[in-house]
Design a protein around this ligand. Structure first.
Ligand SMILES: *Cc1c(COP(=O)(O)O)cnc(C)c1O
Length: 380
């Protein structure tokens, strides 16, 4: 697909070619698990078996590679499966560096699955690149970045970390679940791989589980990830691929509104007397604001804040809300609010008074009015 087009155009047209067989404008969903061989034994259309490849999944992979600006995209049944495949593509005895604040599922996977398997790991505060340099070991093969991080929205300088990684012969991987390509472009900043939980913004409607790895360049490590996708089979169903493609078409416009709304909600919370701290990189006072301004096109649709009064006040506020849904996850059209420490469980490092918000596509005035009344009722 032509590179000169803007991302809104790419989002509408990438992997959206008219169906050659029927002229259908929207893509067919190819549910078939298997494909016929010709009389001479060849596979006329190139498809053999859906675990290996499927036309609907292929469309999604092409669309994601186009949007993120990579040479190849590889889709999975979930974001966790995408992450696990990257770690699995390393070897026992390799060392990775990951952020001290990161999506708890991936941290848990590293500690409970990949540490016993033989991967070595250090968790460091990546807001200070020096900590990453200090953690490098001769066997460090991969640096994993999440920026803004979950749930504290810490900001990491992607360009600088790419330099550090490449100077050491390591890969830089960015979990870009919170920041699709209209918000931040890690591959253009030097990252080797981008990981997405497409469960979130890419599909965008809280109705499909999926994941993807997008590579800046093809190469042996990417081939290995592709091989594991096929061999271990954590692939998305054709229907889920189709739903994700459908979501992608509106991604840039949804992201614009998510980010605008989040900025307004963050400003309201920042001024509220019951709020001790707002974590949102769009705020001037955020310690990562400068770096975020330089590397993000928008500041994202996610924020968290710490309420005065700890967990009891946080729970009370959530109970008082009428418009926000009390649920985990993010990136859907509806606003979600979550007490992160109790979701993550006893090992959680999230502050007890912290609430994480996925700001949806409702009118921002309505979201702010709902928060206002919920804060007011805490007092009563
Ligand atoms: C949700 C999420 C994941 C995991 O994705 P699943 O699709 O739930 O497996 C990974 N990273 C981040 C940042 C997430 O928000």
């Amino acid at each position: 697909m032509a590179k000169k087009w803007n991302i809104e155009t790419l989002a509408v047209h990438a992997g959206a070619e008219v169906d050659e067989a029927t002229g259908a404008v929207t893509p067919p969903i190819h549910m078939s698990t298997t494909f016929e061989r010709a009389k001479d034994g060849s596979y006329a259309h190139g498809y053999v078996y859906t675990r290996s490849n499927n036309p609907t999944r292929e469309r999604l992979e092409r669309a994601l590679a186009t949007l993120e600006g990579g040479e190849e995209a590889i889709c999975f049944a979930s974001g966790s499966a995408a992450a696990a495949t990257i770690f699995h593509a390393l070897h026992m005895g390799h060392h990775i560096i990951a952020p001290d604040d990161m999506y708890h599922g991936v941290r848990k996977m590293l500690n409970t699955t990949f540490a016993p398997w033989g991967l070595q790991m250090s968790f460091v505060d990546m807001t200070h690149p020096k900590n990453v340099v200090d953690a490098l070991q001769p066997n460090t093969r991969l640096i994993w970045v999440e920026t803004p991080s979950n749930p504290l929205l810490k900001i990491t300088d992607i360009k600088l970390l790419a330099k550090i990684a490449h100077g050491h012969g390591a890969f830089l991987v960015v979990d870009a679940t919170w920041t699709p390509a209209t918000v931040q472009r890690p591959l253009a900043l030097g990252a080797d791989l981008v990981v997405h939980s497409s469960t979130k913004y890419l599909s965008g409607h809280s109705d499909v589980l999926g994941g993807a790895v997008i590579a800046r360049k093809k190469g042996r490590f990417v081939e290995r990830i592709r091989h594991i996708q096929e061999a271990e089979g954590a692939v998305p169903s054709p229907f889920d691929c189709w739903l994700t493609l459908r979501g992608l078409r509106t991604l840039p416009y949804r992201m614009r509104a998510h980010c605008e709304n989040a900025g307004k909600v963050a400003a309201f919370l920042d001024a509220h007397p019951y709020v001790a701290l707002v974590h949102y990189p769009g705020l001037d006072m955020h310690p990562g604001h400068r770096v975020a301004q330089a590397q993000m096109q928008q500041f994202g649709g996610m924020l968290s804040f710490e309420i005065i009064g700890g967990a009891p006040a946080a729970m009370k506020l959530c109970a008082n809300l009428e418009l926000f849904t009390r649920a985990t996850s993010l990136g859907g059209i509806e606003s979600l609010i979550e007490h992160r420490a109790s979701t993550e469980g006893p090992e959680s490092t999230a502050p007890q008074g912290l609430l994480r918000v996925s700001v949806g596509l409702e009118h921002p005035d309505d979201l702010i009015a709902d928060l206002k009344q919920a804060f007011y009722k805490i007092r009563a």
